[in-house]
Write a protein that binds this ligand. Structure first.
Ligand SMILES: Nc1ncnc2c1ncn2[C@@H]1O[C@H](COP(=O)(O)OP(=O)(O)OP(=O)(O)O)[C@@H](O)[C@H]1O
Ligand SMILES: [Mg+2]
Length: 261
């Protein structure tokens, strides 16, 4: 990999300065973390799979008019994205009871919700990403009321679209987490756009027939078969079809021109 300026290294990805001002290269690592970094492991090939799944889903969302940071995939582990000013928030959308919702309210996992629930979390590793309300977001100046409205509308559109898309390949979209940022569009306006990634790392995906988990809960709960589950999600979505011919362990950013795309 050529020398370039590293902007940020997170738990799952590395952000490098992109080729044009206002662009970033997003590199997907194989690192898996849970419980605020207390649990850590390497899942060989996870970065390659998430790069492809996120590319596929962001591209579909662009097609239905959901603005997002994705520009194009560069190679097996990297994609070019627009640099945005991230809001320090995670927006969770829930369709079925699972995870912290089950714990917090003593509910049984897998209960279908009567309507989708949107939750906000403040992004802070030190504080353990606490659950917050619109009041906190507004009072602490993390986003304006208009930006909150925009995030709600976009999150619900993403949810409606992804629920149908996953259902079509035999997967129940239980819940997922989104991150948004401010982007200066070509009309010099500041716009809220979807950023980060959408992958089995931040969605709960259950097989529609067996309820088998096909997401990061396999890692969190030591269920095994993490890579195989992620691979199956990719296979059902029809991405990474050349999976048998590539080396998922490869950590190099092999280029698309190498015939490996
Ligand atoms: N388009 C973008 N422009 C700028 N930053 C982005 C963009 N998309 C995602 N990010 C940020 O880049 C980082 C991605 O790295 P990663 O997901 O590994 O971080 P993380 O370990 O989850 O840490 P964090 O708590 O900061 O999210 C995150 O901080 C994310 O908010
Ligand atoms: Mg992250």
């Amino acid at each position: 990999m050529s020398k370039r300026y590293k902007l940020y290294e997170g738990k799952a990805k590395i952000m490098y300065e992109g080729p044009e001002p206002g662009t970033i290269i997003q590199y997907f690592k194989d690192d898996a973390t849970a419980f605020n970094n207390q649990k850590h492991d390497l899942i060989a090939g996870k970065g390659v799979i998430n790069n492809r799944i996120s590319e596929y889903l962001m591209t579909k969302l662009t097609e239905i008019g959901v603005p997002n940071h994705f520009i194009r995939r560069l190679n097996m582990r990297e994609q070019l994205i627009h640099e945005v000013e991230m809001l320090p928030l995670e927006v969770a959308v829930r369709n079925v009871v699972a995870g912290s919702l089950a714990k917090r309210f003593g509910l049984e996992e897998s209960t279908q919700l009567q309507r989708s629930i949107i939750e906000y979390y403040y992004k802070s590793d030190e504080l353990g990403d606490p659950l917050i309300s619109e009041g906190h977001i507004n009072c602490f100046g993390w986003a304006t009321n208009q930006e909150i409205d925009d995030m709600i509308i976009l999150s619900l559109r993403v949810n409606d679209f992804l629920v149908g898309l996953f259902l079509g390949v035999g997967i129940r979209l239980v819940d997922f987490k989104l991150e948004f940022g401010r982007w200066h569009n070509s009309n010099e306006e500041v716009q809220i756009v979807l950023a980060d990634e959408i992958s089995p790392d931040n969605c709960r995906l259950w097989d529609i027939k067996t309820n088998e988990k096909m997401d990061k809960d396999r890692f969190r709960r030591d269920l095994g078969g993490v890579k195989e589950a992620y691979q199956e999600v990719a296979r059902r979505l029809g991405v990474l079809t050349e999976i048998n011919n590539i080396d998922l362990n490869n950590h190099n950013s092999l280029s698309v021109q190498d015939g490996l795309a």
